[in-house]
Design a protein around this ligand. Structure first.
Ligand SMILES: [Zn+2]
Length: 252
């Protein structure tokens, strides 16, 4: 694949958790690089600033949704004020792996979504085995929501349609597309143009070297092109359109 002519966007990764130097992909790459807890907000910001095309996202992942919520929210507000292009993420709900109970996760999710609405920032959402509660939360929020996407989406087509009707997007990763049932691949095949994204969730293992990143991203685009039976260039154009509200800029 000739990637020199197309823009590859990655709706969700964690640059600061990789090792090595970000490979030169300037002008043909954009990505949302997400923090996961207060402890990595500084590292996430530094790594995103060193990677041309990256937009930093600050948030508390559901696995780490514990501690002093008010203090965390006030720090998050300070960062959002200081970084006008920053998004909010990775936030969400996880009924499978998290140590924190779902009710507590819902409070942290709701409060971070409230900040996203107040500051009108895009949001990157993690959801594992909690699509019912997630949809309840998104439905209960008043008015229109800021741009949001569910990364590594592995829900049903019905959930995908409800997310899109609520103004959001779904993002597919190599991990979600590999799902044994083929459910995510089926969703990607049918996803509405302009509402689907791709994400690597890089690194796939702790400390993975960033030099492996372009190969992972390219392979993901090739897989998406195969699933939708179109050229990679078409996938790149469609994801670029859906990615625009997440990039911290008005044009892609
Ligand atoms: Zn992630």
């Amino acid at each position: 694949m000739d990637t020199t002519r197309v823009l590859l966007s990655d709706s969700h990764l964690h640059l600061h958790l990789g090792s090595g130097i970000f490979p030169s992909m300037a002008r043909r790459w954009k990505g949302c690089s997400c923090a996961v807890s207060t402890q990595d907000w500084d590292a996430a910001l530094t790594a995103a600033k060193a990677a041309p095309g990256a937009t930093v996202f600050f948030g508390i992942h559901p696995w780490y949704a514990s501690g002093d919520l008010d203090r965390t929210l006030s720090r998050l507000e300070d960062l959002l004020s200081a970084e006008p292009s920053a998004g909010i993420g990775e936030i969400g709900l996880d009924a499978f792996r998290a140590d924190t109970d779902l009710d507590t996760q819902r409070i942290w999710f709701r409060e971070q979504m409230r900040l996203a609405r107040t500051y009108n920032r895009p949001v990157s959402i993690h959801c594992v085995r909690a699509f019912g509660p997630l949809m309840d939360e998104l439905t209960a929020m008043p008015g229109s929501l800021p741009p949001f996407c569910i990364h590594s989406f592995n829900g049903s087509r019905e959930i995908m349609d409800r997310i899109i009707r609520r103004g959001g997007s779904v993002s597919f990763s190599a991990f979600s597309l590999k799902g044994a049932s083929g459910k995510s691949a089926d969703c990607l095949h049918h996803a509405q143009d302009g509402h689907f994204l791709l994400d690597t969730d890089f690194p796939s293992r702790e400390g993975q070297n960033l030099k492996e990143y372009p190969g992972m991203l390219t392979a993901l685009y090739e897989e998406a092109a195969r699933i939708r039976d179109v050229h990679v260039e078409r996938i790149a154009a469609l994801t670029a359109e859906a990615f625009a509200p997440f990039s911290g800029e008005t044009t892609v």
